[in-house]
Write a protein that binds this ligand. Sequence first.
Ligand code: S3P
Length: 735
Amino acid sequence: MFEKLCIIGVGLIGGSVARAAREYGLADKIIGLGRQDDVENLRLALSMGVIDEFHLTPGPAVQEVDCIVLAAPVGAMRSIFDQLKPYWNDKVIVTDVGSTKASVIAAANHVFGSVPPNFVPAHPIAGAEKSGVEAAQTGLFLHKRLIITPLENTSQQAVNVVQSFWQGLGAYVSVMDVERHDAVLAATSHLPHVLAYALVDMLGHQDEKNAIFQFAAGGFKDFTRIASSDPTMWRDICLANKNQLVPLLQQLKAELSHVEDLLQAGDGQQLFEIFNYARRARQRFLNLYEGSMSKSITFTVQPGGKLQGEARVPGDKSISHRSIMLGSLAEGITQVTGFLEAEDALATLQAFRDMGVVIEGPHEGKVTIHGVGKHGLKAPKNDLYLGNSGTSMRLLAGLLAGQAFDSVLTGDKSLSGRPMKRVTEPLAAMGASIETSQQGTAPLRITGKAGQLSGLDYPMPIASAQVKSCLLLAGMYAKGETCVTEPAPTRDHTERMLTGFAYPVSTQANRVSINADGKLTAASIDVPSDISSAAFFLVGASIAEGSDIVLKHVGINPTRTGVIDILRLMGAHIEILNSDIVGGEPVADLRVISRPLNGIDIPEALVPLAIDEFPALFIAAACAQGQTRLSGAEELRVKESDRIQVMADGLQTLGINALPTPDGMIIQGGKLGGGEVFSHGDHRIAMAFAVAGLKASSAIVIHDCANVNTSFPNFKELARHLGLSLESHEASFSK
Ligand code: S3P
């Protein structure tokens, strides 16, 4: 990317940039620049091979470089800009790594009169306890966030280059304005550092008198880790960001005095509320941190084996989402059992907590929702983060369009790339105001239009239960009737659950109607096991000779059973036992005995009824005799990943002739080999390739499986219990 890269300040961060740039082939030659009193450190960097040469004055250091990275402490920025000014070249990209951005920009303004367009302020959110070049690591930025804070006059080309550079070093790049960056970092990084230093300062002095540290243990070590950071650097950062930091310190003092008052008064209930809220808030942070960026899970499946025994897969994802949504809007207390305790459904649960709903649990699948009524939601204080969950985002868009408050819906990288126009366009026709990106993707900025939505008669261009449900939820707040016509049947959990909560909704043939004249009355919900999770074992037990399994209490709503129909058409043996109806949803135990499968042309009418099961069905097709053709399934291209392309790529790696078409795939059944495949963070692709191991001739390694937690957190344990030889390996990049 760069022929010559100059790094000013070759310490932990500068040294790690240099190491990673070299390792990932982003710079041919790396030059270090430092002060006279830094010469020992620069010599060390040179001898370690971190840099190729160093200088103590800027002239020779920046000659003919393509990019300069300012990796010095924020307090030194003004003097660095002063020294660089005589050599400033508009063609060179200049960026920094400072932890505060307003101060760096002020320094540039002071020296240059205005911030030069080729300077791109940036901040990698990564660090380590140790400082100095000896602590520099190639992987310091891998899977970490990096924030770029361009100004209005910053050159777009320079922003693009800096963005690609940091992506090349392994970071996730976000763009943000300066003020927000400094406010967010003050709260999440600078304040905790001040706290850790202040606490250890206070206790350190006590220790000198009373030797208390010998009794301190893990909790103290964890809490105070950041007090081991470089004090000069942190003094500079705190001073540079004092405008954001001081108000936070005042808030914290108020919070501490409140806790003190509660202790004085012996108010255990209030103390519990605070501690319990904090525990949940930390869990939310951990879910975000570990779920999206710091954990990478690889599955390895040993070839062969068979599935045997009984199992109950986790609760239905679609029904779990809806139980939280409708339970929150109901009057009274809703008890949910069998709730799916996985990231997607938990994202919905958190969103409703963020809108003021008291929700207890989940604990062993039990959730208690203290409904606030149809008009009882409160404005969330922050953006609602919905992780990987398309259902949460699309359904919430409809529900929030007609509220009396504004909201912003965000999601992870995959969700932020998924099409949202399918919901925002019909909602706009109802009078909603929702801003998306130019591509029609999240974040969705919703201006609440309470009392201003009107009903719509909408023939859906695609068969989508999410779009239908979104419009029905909006219809609960609209004047007049909202009617949705489906081109083909899609899952009807929303309609069934509305009926269960005594909200009038009418279905005639392929047309569902709703209006605002109703209220939801709390109900009990028993969530059946998810047929979409069962699908992996329906396929696994069908393809692995000698298999015989029973999957308990699986939801067999006829709008979801396409997978059973398709597998039976291929010759599978699936028995439906102990059929029952629970809470308006049909359930049964499913017995599967292995049978040789045949390739088929999958009837298009079954596509929406098996829409989430195609990754598993493609594995069945790969193990079948003859050819299987799927068409009419273009929707698969816009799921959590492009499921047509990603599955075809993986199958081909395993030696199967799989030809992707625009709306499906043609698969020639054959002998599955082993190899390394990539799930692209798509939970269902990871699990599909895991069961493929049963028929593979050697081990299959599946990368990027952390998102299995979005729908099936105990997949590994359950699969092993049934007989799959599956190991998972976790690489954690968290500090
Ligand atoms: C879902 C509907 C389907 C499905 C998704 C869950 C739902 O999406 O793929 O996993 O709960 O309504 P579409 O509506 O986009 O087909």
